[in-house]
Write a protein that binds this ligand. Sequence first.
Ligand code: SPQ
Length: 425
Amino acid sequence: MRVEPVRALRGELTVPGDKSISHRAVLLGALAEGRTEITGFLPGVDCLSTIACLRRLGVAIEQEGSRVTVHGAGWYALREPEDVLDVGNSGTTIRLLAGVLATQPFHSVLVGDASIARRPMRRVTAPLRAMGAHIDGRADGEYTPLAIRGGPLRAIHHVSPVASAQVKSALLLAGLQADGETAVTEPQRSRDHTERMLRAFGAELTLCGTTVRVRGGQRLTGQRVEVPGDISSAAFFLVAAALVPGSDLVVRGVGLNPTRTGILDVLKAMGAEVEVEETGEACGEPVGNVRVRHAPLAATAIGGDLIPRLIDELPVIAVLATQAEGVTVIRDAQELRVKETDRIATVVAELSKMGARIEATPDGMIIHGPTPLVGARCDSHGDHRIGMALAVAGLIADGPTEIARAEAVAVSFPDFFDRLRTVAK
Ligand code: SPQ
């Protein structure tokens, strides 16, 4: 993909449905009793992997673009799959499904692509084993393929060393069928879409500080789910508008869950003009419009509790920081090293090719700005968020930027480049 510099980004747009919420909507729909009707579903490759795995487990699902109907027949209507369950590139699919399969009295095998094969799984397999599930995988349950034989589980209180919504969600799902009350404590709060959606499907959960508790033996009932736009997808446009002089852009209908809006805090802290209008709620999730206008940018410090609220936005925040006056320091973000790629290494390598003054640290990045960027031959490394972050960098570079393996954007944002063309002036 070739990206040329633009004069400004102006107008309005919507972005596809939230990836995290789309996964959870089909998954809970599959486990619930009755029909679940989903609108605004993200037909990205990752969420289609979740649908494919659920179909293999015997769930009837109709999908046409962003409309999905799931015919849930209850938690124990899943049946032993005849072949392996392939999660493709999706960490959310494998970790949440591991939690569900731990409750099922049959054998299943989870596999994924080369990136999934490198991502850590013991963070879910160890506590699920402690609950009584039989799980094996390479390096003692750390890597795929994961072979799972589930069954009756006992509740545990798991204190997670990482703030991870995938770990928390896997254990809450398993806990829904365990004997007793399962509790998960995190060092900081991670995104809470699972908790919000479980409540919408009729389950009871309690939250105290960073501990969530769920009682076993609860049933879910099919619902109507309206998925809001994905703020992580909107982030590429919001950052682009903040970067390109003369820009004035509105993203409509985007999810504003406070566990996801760290990007808005960073844009404001760096000096961009940001207006947020909350317009309503869908399935327990706040929704609204966000307007961003370009303004001179200043460096900021990013770390601590803010990190889980913007973890997936850090690649594009690094691009933003290249144009901010001063030194931006990102720390406490070591989780970036175990995403689709090592996002600290890939961001530093690719932005350096464009002339950025950026260095890697064990848990983040240090970025000096403002530094003019130059068009270069870059590579997404097969990571959707790296591909889109590089496209945003290309909008402000001198000369064209070529992005190899740009098709990776389809994991979370299939028509990213088309939508970019509609607002680029
Ligand atoms: O699903 P996957 O591959 O893990 O996707 C990513 C992404 O950039 O889209 C991370 F690589 O998002 C995760 C996110 O980082 C999605 C997610 C969720 O839906 O629960 C939670 C976060 O991961 P984690 O490891 O902190 O739980």
